[in-house]
Design a protein around this ligand. Structure first.
Ligand code: 48F
Length: 261
């Protein structure tokens, strides 16, 4: 068969447009494709919800690829291991309740299973704004990361979702946009972003779960973004809290969506 380059181009363009068009109105939009956002997306699609995930970078996976200081192994506790097992990721007991897993196997598997489960994953797209109606976030404003990087004056596009998860890690980008642009308080004790504290693994792992909640009507925080929003410690390269936080965000949003139906 003779290969026709134009058919190849047409196939890519049409299939991408179909995927993107299908993602303009979803149940949940996840911002950030690190471990927390991916686990949340996986859980929600598995439960039958329509999910789109937007990741600024070329590669999905956030901070998991590099393990700790580029030593590409991660550590999880017993509860975190349960999620690794669920994804079929191999882990090894190090001592007591500390398990290690290969960082590349971990994040590539989580990414692959999430995509295969049916989450629409868009890399190279940045969320640059939110859509707010009656003091609730109802959608996201998207642009190509390349546009942002080149400083080009190109207007963005908009999508609608019932819920948004800010899983942007240390940057808390969606919450920052809300704090800066929306004339209403966040659901934090101060009404503002409380900011990330220094590193304390034990406290941070517990508080990541406690802080996984709604931070503004329609927006939940998951992963490191939860701790940065609610003023808690960072945890370094222990990843159980990230995985469990993604799972909790999905559970909380699924409960809301069920109530609202
Ligand atoms: O940073 P990241 O991995 O967040 P996480 O899931 O996990 C945190 C850990 O990696 C580690 C840690 C715990 O062990 O402290 O840091 O909470 O993934 C966040 C992703 O969000 C993307 C960013 O490129 C990264 O891949 N991101 C950030 N801002 C935007 C965004 C944005 N405005 N639009 C799209 N993606």
């Amino acid at each position: 068969m003779a290969l026709d380059e134009v058919i190849i181009s047409r196939a890519i363009i049409e299939r991408f447009v179909r995927k993107f068009t299908d993602s303009l109105e979803v149940d949940v939009a996840v911002v950030g494709g690190g471990p927390a956002g991916l686990v949340a997306a996986y859980r929600l699609v598995r439960d039958g919800y329509r999910v789109a995930l937007f990741e600024r970078k070329l590669s999905i996976g956030g901070g998991m690829w590099g393990g700790g200081m580029m030593f590409n192994e991660i550590v999880v506790q017993e509860e975190g291991k349960r999620i690794l097992d669920e994804f079929g990721i191999r882990s090894e007991l190090y001592q007591d309740e500390y398990y290690t897993a290969d960082a590349v196997e971990s994040i590539s598997t989580i990414c692959s299973k999430t995509a295969q489960a049916g989450a629409r994953i868009f890399n190279l797209m940045s969320v640059e704004d939110v859509v707010v109606r009656e003091e609730r976030v109802v959608g996201l404003v998207l642009n190509w990361t390349a546009v942002e990087m080149a400083g080009l004056h190109v207007d963005p596009l908009t999508m609608r979702s019932q819920y948004v998860i800010d899983a942007t890690g240390h940057d808390t980008e969606v919450v920052k946009i809300i704090e800066r642009k929306v004339d209403a308080a966040l659901l934090t004790p101060t009404g503002k972003i409380m900011g990330e504290k220094s590193l304390w693994a034990e406290k941070a792992e517990t508080s990541t779960l406690e802080n996984t909640k709604e931070v503004f009507p329609g927006v939940f925080v998951a992963g490191m973004s939860a701790n940065a929003s609610f003023g808690a410690y960072r945890m370094g390269p222990i990843f159980g809290g990230m995985l469990l936080s993604g799972e909790k965000a999905a559970t909380l949003i699924a409960e809301r969506l069920t109530q609202e139906r």
